[in-house]
Design a protein around this ligand. Structure first.
Ligand code: ZN
Length: 115
């Protein structure tokens, strides 16, 4: 049975509109580390942390500043990544084919469509 991925802004609990939801789902397969990526049209911001930069985090268009401020506070001394300035357009998937295949298998096992 397919399940839906539910994204919420970490600051106001907002949910993305349908198009932004699709953009966020597309990023799920992205293998990034320490990078911000925009999700439009809702102007959401994803922080692809991983490793020392922690978990993936999301904010709505109204709370991008809060998310960045918090990440800079938490991880700002570890490297330049949290200090990156926008815009942060999504430029396609990143990662090796093998890693992508693995990620696809994991998502398929959760029933995420279009992966
Ligand atoms: Zn918000």
């Amino acid at each position: 049975m397919p399940i839906a991925c539910i994204f919420r802004c970490e600051y106001c609990d907002a949910r993305p509109d349908a198009e932004t939801q699709t953009a966020l789902e597309r990023q799920l397969l992205d293998l990034r580390h320490g990078e911000y990526v925009d999700a439009d049209p809702g102007h959401w911001l994803t922080w692809h942390g991983r490793g020392m930069y922690g978990r993936t985090r999301y904010s709505c268009g109204d709370h991008r500043g809060e998310l960045k401020a918090e990440l800079r506070e938490q991880y700002g001394t570890l490297g330049w990544h949290p200090w990156a300035m926008g815009p942060h357009p999504w430029a396609g998937r990143r990662g090796t084919d093998r890693a992508r295949k693995l990620a696809r298998q994991v998502l398929n096992s959760f029933g995420v469509p279009g992966s």
